[in-house]
Design a protein around this ligand. Structure first.
Ligand code: GDP
Length: 430
């Protein structure tokens, strides 16, 4: 919550993504002056429900739904200009005023058409389960110091050189992989030239803008994508995304000092999900797995892929709380568990008979990990109308109390439905 002492806040996923960050950002943006995305790209898929309309935002920060809030895409994001403008045009067609409120960092790297071709053709994308949107390929080029940044669009000759080198590399790779498609310099240049005027009109030194906003006392919300366990350094490597999703990435991905961040809200589901391969120690068995997936409508907002579901993993969230320095938790989708007779929370893992309560870096250990569970009675009544903690059944409160204690982080919000108003705020604690 923004107040006189908390003016800069990060909202970060504290599991494997899809925790409901879009809804929390939407709720918090009401009091924000700026909402800024700091990493990821068009692979993010934040869903915001307003009344009976729903909006899926891929690159545009969720704050755009609030008139008057300024939104920015930071340097840490890899920007797909083609889909950005499709997204903007759709928002405008839906009556959302975007003009003069959305900026992109001139330092942000561009996802090029050839990155997308490569991603779709790549075998790795199938193993890691990438979204095929060229995000990882764009980050690879960024780290290899051969990427194309927004500001490069100002210099057509230099741009053509960068594109020609990129297309050549991509085509060699496509040929080696036996793919039928090829990238073309001319087509790539045509795509970029058509987008350049619109893109340059919103290109800014976002770090400077946000710095000035912070100095002037503005409320600034930094919006994370994916989740902490997908962080390139701190996640379940190599089953991770290509950027630093955790709070450290917020400072570098916007271009502000880490010292200016005052709070970090970790968004967690009341259970656990993950998309694609990689460890998920608390994964449910059938038929409960399908039941929870159906109850929670656990299908990707971007890809439609079914999500894997598990019990709440306290080891994971405690780890995320530590790495991010979480100052509060937002527990979402509590209502999804309303009908279950019994629930479990994982408090540790047993590996070769030994108990571990800290999340290991070693994937081999995670694969062998046998979760240690505490069992809870289900509340078996609807929670969607609760607006204060006191409205929740006592069994639901006991479940939340255990999450709070185990993760050593106070719960600031509990979300009990998709709608904006279906939320319990910390102010309503008493
Ligand atoms: P994000 O990427 O973290 O923003 O998460 P997504 O938008 O991909 O997934 C969250 C999904 O859960 C969206 O469809 C939300 O509308 C929905 N959601 C968020 N909070 C709640 C909640 O408390 N209850 C229910 N039933 N759905 C929720």
């Amino acid at each position: 919550m923004f107040d006189s002492t908390t003016r800069t806040m990060v909202v970060v996923g504290a599991q494997w993504g899809d925790e409901g960050k879009g809804k929390l950002v939407d709720v918090l943006a009401e009091r924000a002056d700026w909402v800024v995305r700091y990493q990821g790209g068009a692979n993010a898929g934040h869903t915001v429900h307003i009344g009976d309309r729903s909006f899926v935002l891929h690159q545009v920060p969720s704050g755009i739904m609030h008139p008057g809030v300024r939104c920015a895409i930071g340097n840490g994001v890899v920007l797909d200009p083609e889909t950005l403008f499709i997204e903007i045009d759709k928002l405008v067609a839906d009556g959302i005023d975007v003009e003069g409120r959305l900026y992109v960092s001139e330092r942000a790297h561009l996802v090029m058409p050839y990155h997308k071709l490569l991603d779709k053709a790549s075998a790795a994308s199938k193993v890691i389960g990438t979204t095929g949107r060229g995000i990882g390929m764009a980050y690879e080029d960024k780290v290899a110091r051969r990427g194309v940044r927004v500001l490069d669009l100002r210099y057509p000759t230099r741009l053509r050189e960068l594109v020609a080198a990129g297309v050549e590399r991509a085509n060699a790779q496509l040929e080696r992989g036996g793919a039928a498609e090829r990238a073309s310099v001319e087509t790539t240049m045509q795509v970029l030239e058509a987008l350049t005027p619109r893109l340059m009109a919103i290109a800014e030194d976002v770090g400077l803008c946000v710095h000035r906003a912070i100095k002037s006392g503005a409320a600034v919300l930094l919006e994370g994508a994916q989740g902490s366990l997908l962080d390139i350094d701190h996640g379940t490597y190599p089953f991770v995304t290509s950027s630093n999703t955790t709070v450290g990435g917020a400072a570098t991905g916007v271009g502000i000092s880490p010292m200016s961040i005052q709070s970090a809200l970790g968004v967690v589901k009341a259970y656990t999900t993950r998309v694609g391969n990689g460890p998920l120690p608390t994964e449910l068995d059938e038929p409960l797995h399908t039941e929870v997936r159906t109850l929670g409508n656990e299908y990707g907002a971007t890809t439609g892929r079914p999500r894997r579901c598990g019990w709440f993993d306290g080891v994971v969230v405690r780890y995320a709380a530590r790495v991010n320095g979480l100052t509060g938790l937002a527990v979402t989708k509590l209502d999804v568990l309303d009908t279950l007779p019994q629930l479990a929370i994982c408090t540790g893992y047993r590996v070769n008979g030994e108990l571990y309560t800290e999340f290991p870096a070693d994937l081999q250990m995670l694969e062998q990990a046998v979760p240690v569970y505490e069992w809870f009675d289900g509340w078996r009544q609807p929670t969607q109308d609760a607006r204060r903690l006191a409205d929740l059944p006592s069994a639901a409160r006991a479940y939340l109390d255990r999450i709070e204690a185990l993760c050593e982080t106070p719960i600031s919000y509990v979300s009990v439905g998709t709608r904006r108003d279906q939320i319990i705020g910390v102010d309503a604690r008493a």
